[in-house]
Design a protein around this ligand. Structure first.
Ligand code: PXL
Length: 249
């Protein structure tokens, strides 16, 4: 059971591709890791970004997929339109089923994307994706709508849903997630008071991929991933903790 993550490197290991691989491992899925950007950051700040050339991103995907029969994966920090275009091309070429975490800004507030990123994401990547997993802020940017409550989130989900299925994650909606796959569903959750949320968006999208790899359908994968992330926040001490506890397989 294998998956691919196409994402950025956070050396503090709370978010980004290290988090994705830890999540895959905790859920007993073998993760491969295509690096799109290096960052110098910790839980409080993004100091700098060292983007990887889009040709080299494409080459990493080619060489990994030459050997490994991978179907499911996710994208995280892609940073630039160039990388979005290169990755979209490869997703189509290999017919990958991709969950897009539309990473634009770190939890610490640091920018992890260039100007025009959301437009390029919609133009090239979302129409080739299985699912996109914005938090409230990302959903506002993608939809162009302000989200103050659940009704606003539903309107934004309808708009983003013109491109692909969408789940607006509910860290700011009393823990509920708004899912749109042709119809709107409120997937109820609970909000956990914690400061260990660095990387929780990465953990969520990676866990969705892991459960899809295991053969669960989309709605079950979303629910299981939500439970998984809650547990990893509760058990975390620095960011989300991805370890082997009583995860549901
Ligand atoms: O959580 C979003 C995210 C994704 N990818 C990288 C990050 C972060 C947040 O800090 O650093 C590389």
């Amino acid at each position: 059971m294998m998956a691919i993550s196409i994402a950025g490197f956070d050396p503090s290991a709370g978010a980004g591709i290290l988090n994705d691989i830890k999540t895959f491992s905790a859920l007993k899925v073998y993760g491969t890791a295509i690096i799109t950007a290096l960052t110098a950051q910790n839980v409080n700040r993004v100091a700098s970004i060292y983007p990887i050339e889009s040709d080299f991103v494409a080459e990493q995907i080619d060489v990994v997929l030459e050997e490994d029969p991978i179907i499911y994966g996710k994208t995280g920090m892609l940073y630039s339109e160039e990388v979005i275009r290169a990755v979209s091309k490869k997703i189509q070429e290999y017919q990958l089923k991709i969950v897009v975490d539309p990473v634009m800004i770190a939890g610490s507030g640091g920018k992890l994307s260039q100007e025009g990123f959301a437009i390029a994401l919609k133009k090239y990547l979302l129409k080739n994706a299985l699912l996109v997993t914005p938090n409230i802020l990302e959903a506002e940017i993608l939809s162009g709508l302000e989200i103050k409550n659940q009704e606003d989130a539903k309107k934004a989900a309808l708009k983003i849903g013109e491109y692909c299925d969408v789940i607006i994650t509910g860290g700011h909606l009393e823990g509920d997630n708004i899912f749109f796959n042709g119809e709107i569903k409120v997937l109820e959750g609970e909000l956990i008071e914690s400061s260990n949320t660095h990387g929780s968006g990465c953990s969520f999208s990676a866990a969705v991929v892991a459960y899809l790899v295991k053969g669960f359908n989309m709605e079950s994968s979303l629910k299981l991933a939500d439970d998984y992330v809650k547990e990893s926040i509760i058990q975390g001490s620095y960011g989300t903790l991805n370890q082997f506890w009583n995860v549901k397989f």
